[in-house]
Design a binder for this molecule. Structure first.
Ligand SMILES: C[S@@+](CC[C@H](N)C(=O)[O-])C[C@H]1O[C@@H](n2cnc3c(N)ncnc32)[C@H](O)[C@@H]1O
Length: 201
């Protein structure tokens, strides 16, 4: 059992996670149409973001390494009668994604937990349909204090600079169409800005 399995049951009560999901979905909608789209939410957690974009989407698939998160996600879908949304367990560090399948891939607060972000961009490009979008919200570059409570367990990157993000997109053949901060998480140990980036293949 990892720390996300343990956190899953209480995850939806976290104001910071709610704020990132809300800000991400709002700014995504301002920049791209979600209407009738096949969407993958990678590192979906309990689906705070996935559920908030499922209304107009054709289907939202959640993928997450944590069995506990996937279980809470699917229980919510069942309890609230959402029929176009489902999560499956998947580990991007050692598994491939289905090819040429999604119009939009979104990942929120997960890239810093992925061992090799550049491989993630490569895998997503293959998983996207032509002209598809990769949307990523995550921590701006920080000094390791954001996860100090968890002793940086499972944290492979202390956020990302805008320059790093721009390079991941352009080096992998995406056109960057949006990159800016969308909200700030206020914690006792500091204020942490969150960016959203959107690239198109
Ligand atoms: C900080 S949580 C974010 C969850 C959700 N996106 C949200 O914003 O509420 C990070 C998520 O990434 C998942 N994760 C971490 N490493 C992963 C990996 N290698 N493959 C798939 N999911 C991973 C965790 O299980 C966790 O649910």
């Amino acid at each position: 059992m990892n720390r996300f399995d343990i956190a899953a049951k209480e995850w939806d009560t976290k104001p910071t996670s709610q704020l990132v999901a809300k800000s991400t979905s709002e700014i995504m909608r301002e920049n791209i149409s979600l209407e009738d789209k096949e969407i993958l939410d990678y590192g979906c957690g309990t689906g705070l973001l996935a559920f908030s974009i499922s209304d107009e989407a054709k289907r939202v698939t959640g993928m997450d390494n944590s069995a506990g998160m996937v279980e809470v996600f699917n229980q919510k879908a069942q309890d609230f009668g959402f029929t176009n949304i489902k999560a499956v367990q998947h580990n991007i560090d050692n598994e491939e994604l289905p090819q040429n399948t999604f119009d939009i891939i979104v990942t929120s607060m997960t890239l810093h937990h992925i061992q090799n972000p550049n491989d993630f961009f490569i895998k997503c490009k293959k998983a996207l349909k032509p002209n598809g979008y990769l949307c990523i919200s995550d921590l701006d570059e920080e000094d390791g204090t954001f996860h100090e409570k968890h002793k940086n367990d499972g944290v492979h990157h202390f956020g990302f600079s805008k320059a790093q993000m721009a390079q991941f997109y352009t080096n992998n053949g995406y056109t960057l169409i949006y990159l800016d901060d969308i909200c700030t998480l206020e914690r006792k140990n500091g204020n942490f800005p969150i960016f959203l980036s959107i690239g198109q293949i």
